[in-house]
Ligand binder design. Structure first.
Ligand code: NAP
Length: 256
């Protein structure tokens, strides 16, 4: 049983859908005050209404400094400070390099990697004021551990988040703040659904636990990193993937 996060002020970027929504739901169930942030207001509104608990929303583009800073400052004002920043929003367009416009590379880097820096930078004054804080990044197995055709930019951005994490952990220690990353395998979300049923079926068959993850699987890992019990863990990452990265070959899966 983790120490309660009741009343804690939490931000989850990309909280209107998928993994971010799962993270927000897990924190809201714990009694935390949660702000979900994304671009589409209709999605934010319905997610906040459906989730129950103390959930509000902010419209924000995580690739834009002014937007991120404004979102974090107004959330801190509304929720009486900031305890936990979950920098989760991300995009994964699948395009092989031969067809990839360089502008798509830049866009994926901005949404997935630059956003981690912007979210941390804008949170620092609030952690400094509180004398403590927690950051949880959503990275991926794709990039740091595995590869998949079409995701060169995505994989680079997700590895980049882990590179960022190490120095960020050192700089944030000064504010008694930890930063860690969750590395999901294939989690069933709206974004993943767009890749088609064939992709989902093939993926599930290649995972030792024989299913895709659910968004709460990632939410629970984020909750642990945000808890008092994780106070001495920083600059680290955890894979949450049903064993997906373990098999040496297709034959190894067939042997199960
Ligand atoms: P999703 O279902 O497509 O949801 C993405 C969320 O991010 C939405 O709320 C979206 O809302 C928001 N978002 C996207 N671009 C944004 C921007 N520029 N500014 C603000 N919000 C933005 O995706 P997901 O599958 O939950 O993925 C969430 C995170 O998990 C990503 O970082 C992804 O890389 C990571 N991940 C996912 C999986 C998986 O299997 N699903 C596996 C490994 C890692 P708006 O479009 O309205 O802005």
């Amino acid at each position: 049983m983790l120490t309660s996060l009741k009343g804690k002020s939490v931000i989850v970027t990309g909280g209107s859908k998928g993994i971010g929504r799962g993270i927000a739901q897990v924190f809201a169930r714990q009694g935390a005050k949660v702000t979900i942030a994304a671009r589409n207001e209709a999605d934010l509104k319905s997610a906040a209404n459906e989730m129950g608990g103390e959930v509000r929303y902010e419209i924000c583009n995580v690739a834009d400094w002014a937007s991120v800073q404004g979102m974090i400052d107004s959330t801190a004002e509304a929720q009486g400070g900031l305890d936990v920043m979950c920098a989760n929003a991300g995009a994964f367009p699948q395009t092989k390099m031969i067809d990839m416009d360089p502008s798509e590379w830049d866009e994926v880097m901005a949404i997935n990697l630059k956003s981690s820096f912007l979210c941390v930078k804008a949170s620092i004054p609030h952690f400094e004021k509180a004398g403590k804080g927690r950051v949880v990044l959503t990275s991926s197995i794709t990039g740091p551990i595995t590869g998949f055709p079409g995701w060169a930019h995505y994989g680079a951005s997700k590895s980049g988040q882990l590179g960022f994490l190490k120095t960020a952990a050192m700089e944030l220690s000064r504010y008694n703040t930890t930063i860690n990353a969750v590395m999901p395998g294939n989690i069933y979300t709206e974004g993943l659904q767009d890749l088609g049923q064939d992709y989902l079926d093939t993926m599930a068959a290649s995972i030792p636990l024989k299913r895709l993850g659910v968004v709460e699987d990632i939410g629970n890992a984020a909750l642990f990193f945000a808890s008092d019990e994780a106070a001495y863990i920083t600059g680290q990452q955890i894979v949450v993937d049903g064993g997906q990265i373990i098999p040496e070959s297709l034959e190894a899966i067939d042997e199960i």
